[in-house]
Design a protein around this ligand. Structure first.
Ligand SMILES: C[S@@+](CC[C@H](N)C(=O)[O-])C[C@H]1O[C@@H](n2cnc3c(N)ncnc32)[C@H](O)[C@@H]1O
Length: 173
């Protein structure tokens, strides 16, 4: 099973129509589309105008999404309510500008801001592309941070192939 299929199956029972959730990297809109079906409201961030355009097309049948074209480190400029679940699907927009890839230091900042906006018993789902340029450094920085802060990883998913993505499911205690 690929990571995205696993992630969606895992998330499905964790959210319902009372929940507010955030896609921190909308990309092609696949995760936003998935979340919009089951949550009350979705905030969808992406730094790329092309990604926001693609996501709006993908999600055109849903009216419960706020699209935000900005760096996700600025999340606190847009959200001041408690969130049930965040999803980070790191890396770059497929078939686009591969230089606008997530940066480890920004991901760390965005992760901490997300964690502070998270409800008790809320979730952060974060996928690292360790085969991308800088992807391993990003993974090790975040992994170290998660361990040092004793955050609770309830599940980790990694296919048994070299450099395949790694997903952590974290629950706020
Ligand atoms: C792998 S894609 C996301 C795929 C997406 N979740 C989907 O379902 O199609 C990663 C996205 O992160 C975006 N991105 C990179 N750095 C960012 C940042 N600092 N803030 C917000 N988005 C960023 C890229 O523009 C790209 O669209």
């Amino acid at each position: 099973m690929n990571n995205n299929t696993f992630i969606h199956k895992y998330i499905r029972p964790l959210i319902n129509k009372e929940d507010i959730v955030v896609d921190m990297t909308a990309g092609n809109g696949n995760d936003t589309f998935f979340l919009a079906q089951y949550a009350k409201k979705v905030y969808a961030f992406d730094i790329s105008e092309e990604a926001i355009r693609r996501s709006k097309v993908r999600c055109r049948d849903h009216d419960n999404i706020s699209f935000i074209c900005d760096n996700h480190i600025n999340i606190d400029h847009y959200i001041n309510e408690k969130i049930r679940l965040f999803i980070f699907n790191l890396g770059y927009l497929p078939s686009s500008d591969e230089t606008r890839i997530t940066q480890a230091d920004e991901t760390l900042t965005a992760f901490d801001k997300a964690y502070s906006l998270l409800k008790e018993k809320g979730y952060i789902v974060i996928t690292f592309y360790i085969g991308h340029p800088g992807g391993k450094d990003e993974y090790y920085l975040l992994k170290d941070h998660i361990n040092k802060n004793r955050l609770h990883i309830i599940e980790a998913y990694h296919q048994d192939k070299i450099d395949s993505p790694i997903t952590y499911f974290i629950r706020k205690t």
